[in-house]
Ligand binder design. Structure first.
Ligand code: SF4
Length: 384
């Protein structure tokens, strides 16, 4: 008997966008129907499947039930303490514990947003998606935002009327992994989408009145395609004008297909300095758009390169230029401090307490401007 033959309780998938940290996660499909991108470790070795609408609704009902129980408890005692919740959880059947825990976390986070999992939820029949969304709205009418990941390839093929119906049912933001606007890069990393597909899908989402978040991956073109990656990605986004552009820098852990190419020397990874130049070129070439740029991933070298286009463009560029103009020793210390989570902005290099810690670590580990990129590679693998 497979997991789809019977309901096995509330399910959650492995990931969500960083901006959905406080969202309730509702799993509609399992894993990724494409699963071939060479830079992506998330679902490798796992088969894609679609959960029955009835089971997804069961999940929603379970969370709703526990939210009501917890809210009632809170009304009686004036608060829901972790101790009360732990006591209550002892009387809950094993199969329901995950739903209970999701309800508790979501309630404590304000219950304002929901994220539909996994990698490409719009793959399911539009009528099924609308049914699930309407059920969510019925159970949780106060929710402000319901969002999902989707592949450009899938969105480009959805009929406009179906996308509008999904919007009307409550989906108000779609997250797309654009990664690059360069066809050379997209083909190399087996993204399964071309620049034109990305543009078509992005414009379709915007025209449907759904907010659009596009993820880009600095470094994905390697040294060979760094420049064209920056230029073509900027051009694609200039033509889409998404609501959000989110930066997530390439890392190469050993469990991704790209690692083989990297190890064999077929893929030459950019140094931090090259990646900084690439991001600089990318932002320099953005124009005519009103997107908000976010850098909300720990893998990024610049957490503070964020802002609204066009008004914050010069400020974002000035941060990258400051990094590039640092002397190699100071730049090396910033790179290490940033990846250790000790620095959040370039100005943190002036924080003597934190800087002393970074200097000590660099001394102990023998990190110098000459070998810093190898050390950074190791640090970045921890965050993938
Ligand atoms: S489409 Fe997304 S989840 Fe699927 S393999 Fe590519 S990056 Fe990973």
């Amino acid at each position: 008997m497979t997991k789809n033959d019977q309901y096995c309780g509330f399910e959650q998938g492995p990931i969500r966008p960083p901006s959905e940290a406080y969202s309730l996660l509702i799993r509609v499909t399992r894993n990724c129907p494409w699963n071939r991108c060479t830079f992506c470790p998330v679902y490798k070795g796992s088969r894609f499947s679609i959960r029955k609408v009835e089971y997804v609704k069961n999940d929603i009902d379970s969370v709703h039930r526990y939210v009501e129980v917890l809210q009632h408890m809170g009304e009686e005692s004036g608060r829901i303490s972790r101790i009360d919740a732990n006591k209550l959880s002892k009387n809950i059947k094993q199969v329901d514990l995950q739903a209970f825990s999701a309800a508790l976390n979501w309630l404590n986070s304000g219950m304002s947003s929901i994220f539909i999992q996994d990698a490409n939820s719009l793959f399911i029949k539009p009528s099924d998606m609308a049914e699930i969304l309407l059920h969510l709205k019925k159970r949780f009418p106060g929710v402000e935002r319901i969002t999902s990941y989707a592949r450009s390839h899938t969105v480009a093929r959805i009929k406009e009327a179906d996308l509008n119906a999904i919007r009307d049912a409550g989906l108000n933001r779609i997250h797309i992994g654009l990664e690059s606007g360069s066809d050379l890069v997209l083909k190399m990393v087996r993204k399964g989408a071309t620049k034109e597909t990305h543009i078509k899908a992005g414009i379709k989402v915007k025209n449907a009145g759904i907010e659009l978040s596009e993820y880009i991956m600095p470094g994905l073109g390697g040294r060979r395609y760094s420049e064209i990656h920056a230029l073509e990605t900027a051009d694609a986004l200039n033509r889409i004008n998404p609501d959000f552009i989110r930066i997530r820098t390439l890392a190469i852990p050993s469990n991704i297909p790209l690692f083989e190419d990297y190890k064999a020397g077929r893929f030459k990874k950019c140094s931090d300095l090259m990646t900084a130049n690439e991001i600089l070129m990318f932002i320099e070439n953005l124009g005519g758009i009103t997107s908000i740029i976010k850098s909300d991933h720990i893998l990024n070298l610049f957490e503070e390169v964020e802002g609204a286009m066009p008004e914050d463009k010069e400020h974002m560029l000035s941060i990258i230029r400051s990094f590039l103009s640092m002397n190699p020793e100071r730049r090396c210390l910033y790179q290490v401090g940033r990846r250790l989570g000790l620095f959040h902005c370039l100005g943190d290099v002036n924080n003597s307490r934190r800087m002393a810690k970074v200097e000590k670590i660099c001394r102990e580990l023998g990190i110098t401007p000459e070998n810093v990129d190898e050390t950074i590679d190791e640090l970045m693998k921890r965050f993938v």
